[in-house]
Every structure is written in C-alpha cells, then in structure tokens.
Design a protein around this ligand. Structure first.
Ligand SMILES: NC(=O)c1ccc[n+]([C@@H]2O[C@H](COP(=O)([O-])OP(=O)(O)OC[C@H]3O[C@@H](n4cnc5c(N)ncnc54)[C@H](O)[C@@H]3O)[C@@H](O)[C@H]2O)c1
Length: 448
C-alpha cells in the first residue's frame, strides 16, 4: 500500500483554498524545506545572541560560518529575515538573567524566515549548583516549547542542553537542528555531553556498515537511503514475503538484502553470523521493523497483544543480545538506534499493545546505552509522531486527518524526516548524545 497524499495541505497552499482557509482560521501548513544536495544550511543569515557571559556564542558563530552561514548583526538596519536565531542562554542562573532573555529574543523571533530555526542553548540542569539556577534553566524548556507552538511558516524551535566539557560535541547537534534535515523536529530538548568514543578513530576506520530492519518500505527504506548518502553499506532486512520490494531498496542504496523474520528463534544467531562473515561486523543497528494490531484493551485477544510485543520489543531485545554475545558482530563504538513512537510516551486509545512495546523500547535504549558505553558505543531512540506511510494509510479517515493537523507544523511528517534523525543519531555528529529519545513529530500536541 502506498503512502497517502495530504490533499488538504495541497488545497490550502494557494488560490481559493488558501483564501477560504485564511477566512475560516483553518490550518494552513507550510511546505517544509528538506535536505537537498548542495543546498545552503539556512534560508537567511544567522543571528547569534547571548545572555551574560554566553560562553558558547563565539564557537557557535564560528561553526555556523564554517558551515556556510552568513552571520547577521542584530543592530544593522536591514529587512533580512533570519534563517536561524541562536540564543546562548547557558550562563542563565538567576531570575534576572531569565528576564533578560525576552529583550533580544522577541524582536529576532519576529524576524524569523519561513522554515527558520530557533535554537536555545541551555545548561544541563544537573550541572547547576543552586535551586534558582536549576529553576531558570528548566524554565527555558517552557519557553522553547511555547515558541515552537507560536512559530509560523514551517519554522522550528528547539533546546540544546549543553553539559560541561561538551566542547566540539555541540557542533553536530547544532548543525543538525539548524539544517533542513530536522524539518519535522520542533519543541524538543536534547542533552549534549562530551563526545563518547574517539570520533577520529571512527572516521578513519573506513566505510561503515549498518543494518536496518523493516527496510522494504516506509521509514526503514528511507533510513537505508539516508544512511547510504554518506557511503554507509546498508544491510536491508525484511520478511521474505517483501523480497521484491526489499531488493529494490537494497539496489537503490547500493546495499544488500537479507531475508529474515526478526521474530524467528534462529534470527539473532543468523544476523550475527551474516554481519560477521560478510561485513566484519556492524557499526550501526537500526531496529525499525514494527507492526500495529489496534483494538481497545478489553477487546484485544492474546495473539493481538503478543504479536505486537514480539515484533516491536522482544525481537530487538533478542537481536541485540545475539549481536552482543557474538564477539565482533558489533564493531567498537557501535550505535544502536530504535524506533519508538510518541504513542509510547503518551499512550494512545486502542494501542495498549503498541504503546507498551514502544515505551519498552525507550527503557531498552536507556539500559543498553549504559552497556554500550564501555566500548564507546551508544543507544538512542527516535519517537516519530504522525508520518505518512503505509502504516498510517491504514488509519480511518478522521483520525488520520486529526493526526496530521494535531502538531505545531499542522501536517504529518515524511519517512525521510524520521530517517534524517536516525542517521544523525547513528553518526559521528551525535557523538555527544546517548541514551536519549528524540521526538520527530512536528511538536505533536499529545497528552503526555
Ligand atoms: N508511520 C508512523 O506514523 C510511525 C509513527 C511512530 C512510529 N513508527 C514506527 O516506525 C517503524 C516503521 O514504521 P513504518 O510506518 O515505516 O511501517 P511499515 O508498516 O510501512 O513498514 C514496516 C516494515 O517492517 C517489516 N516487518 C514487520 N514485521 C517484521 C518481521 N517480523 N521481520 C522483519 N521485518 C518485519 C514489514 O515487512 C515492513 O516492511 C515502526 O517501528 C513503527 O512502529 C511509525
């Protein structure tokens, strides 16, 4: 089944549809700017602001300029709309500091370009030493989440909490969130610490190998494509019944296809053997395969409950154990990225099985991350919101429409949006990020 088309979004983008939607105050989702080879990082100049000592501002300006961004001057009389506004609030420690945030940020926010980016840099709450400092650093989260909801025309607003000693590790997350690769990430908070594992060692280790489960279609196929962009060999895994589609994806990305039912008793050993023998181990594992069997909890039969837990949670657990148990199947500094879901965070009517499995994935990632740390590896999860795939095409019309509009960006994401986040977390740019859950949901207005 192919992914549905968001006919409403197309209708209200121009002509009489746009005029009518404006008059009714109905949602008018902006076409999001996404990654294109050779395109500029930003749609306009970058304005870097700071509160107090603002210890990160100079590095941020240097990194943005090195990535091709033009730096703006807040005082200059120009009609330029900012492609990005970065506020270094990492030195905010008192309520007076917090009050000082509004004055530079409000006028800059007003001058944000379509598809612009606001990035607030805070400190890790755990690094603060007074109750007041912890309070005002936490306050930045409320500010960012609100600006995400007030931002217009495809603009996004995110918070990076920067740990002591993060240094260069901030650069990758900063560039990811400033770029078109994070088109569907808004209202989110990521913590950045010092780089784990030697990045230089990883970079010099030559081309990488990644395994992606459920790669025949949807998000998995997009993950394979985005990973292959950087020269990674992708082992595309899916059911034998998906053979033809899987072969097409594998060929398109210059990878290889592996037919495997991830729930089979033999799957962990078979995957470990394949990775070791054919590729000398994997650097990246993406547990993406997943299913839904929606029913209210009381009407859910044993098979509907067990099958979802089996595919979405038990199989990734067993596969990972199998890879860890076989020496060399995971290379040093390996990254594991799991597909969770916002429904695993907030719960969802009719999805007790799915929500339990996807919350379980979050627990798995946190514990696994601690285990991988010893070899310089890391585990993280991506929690998509409503994404236009065969899975959401199966939803009844009304919940599907609600799912699309119930986000700050007023539209569903595309598989590539999730794939960009997965590839970011799987790559060297995320060396300072581990054990976290990144929501890719257009700031879905969920009830968690
Ligand atoms: N689409 C969304 O809106 C959305 C939202 C949140 C989370 N997710 C998660 O993202 C992931 C991908 O979702 P999608 O929408 O692309 O799904 P999809 O149904 O389009 O594709 C899932 C793939 O997994 C494969 N698969 C299923 N069972 C398998 C098994 N036992 N062994 C091997 N492969 C198997 C399927 O054959 C299919 O190719 C899933 O984990 C899903 O729960 C999706």
């Amino acid at each position: 089944m192919s992914a549905p088309v968001d006919a409403y979004a197309r209708l209200v983008r121009q002509g009489p549809g746009a005029a009518l939607a404006r008059r009714l105050g109905a949602p008018r989702p902006t076409a999001l700017r996404r990654w294109e080879a050779g395109a500029d990082l930003l749609t306009g100049p970058a304005l870097v602001l700071g509160i107090g000592a603002a210890p990160l501002a100079a590095d941020v300006s240097r990194w943005l300029a090195a990535a091709g961004a033009r730096l703006a001057d807040a005082e200059a009389a120009t009609d330029d709309r900012f492609g990005a506004v970065v506020l270094d609030a990492s030195a905010v420690r008192t309520t007076a500091d917090l009050a000082a945030v509004r004055e530079p940020l409000a006028p800059a926010f007003r001058r944000l370009a379509a598809n612009g980016r606001v990035l607030v840099l805070g400190a890790l709450v755990a690094d603060t030493t007074t109750v007041e400092a912890a309070a005002v650093q936490q306050a930045l989260e409320g500010l960012v989440r609100t600006l995400g909801k007030e931002a217009r025309a495809g603009a996004t607003v995110n918070l990076l909490r920067v740990g002591e000693g993060a240094g260069e590790a901030l650069r990758g997350p900063l560039e990811f969130l400033a770029s078109a690769r994070s088109a569907f990430v808004s209202g989110q908070v990521l913590e950045v610490g010092p780089a784990r594992g030697g990045d230089a060692a990883r970079a010099s280790a030559g081309p990488r190998t990644a395994v992606v489960t459920g790669a025949a279609q949807g998000i998995g196929a997009a993950v394979a494509e985005v990973l292959a962009r950087s020269g990674t060999h992708v082992v595309c895994v899916d059911l034998a019944a998906q053979g033809e589609q899987l072969a097409r994806v594998a060929n398109r990305v210059g990878g290889s296809a592996l037919h495997l039912d991830i729930t089979a008793a033999s799957a962990p050993a078979a995957l470990a053997e394949h990775l070791l023998r054919r590729h000398g181990g994997a650097d990246v594992v993406v547990h993406n395969a997943g299913i839904t069997r929606d029913r209210s909890f009381v009407n859910l039969d044993e098979a509907g409950w067990a099958s979802v837990l089996e595919v979405n949670l038990r199989a990734p657990l067993r596969l990972t154990e199998g890879l860890l148990a076989r020496e060399g199947a995971l290379r040093p500094q390996a990254r594991v990225v799991q597909l969770s879901s916002i429904n695993g965070i907030a719960g969802a009517k009719g999805q007790a099985n799915y929500a339990a499995s996807k919350a379980g994935v979050i627990g798995m990632v946190r514990a696994l991350d601690a285990r991988l740390a010893a070899s310089g590896g890391a585990a993280s999860a991506v929690a998509p919101g409503f994404v236009e795939t065969a899975m959401t095409a199966r939803m009844p019309l009304l919940p599907r429409e609600v799912g699309r509009r119930a986000s700050s960006l007023q539209q569903g994401g595309l598989p590539v949006d999730v794939a960009e986040a997965v590839a970011f977390l799987a790559g060297p740019a995320a060396a300072g990020i581990s054990g976290q859950v990144l929501r890719v949901c257009g700031q879905n207005l969920l009830g968690a």
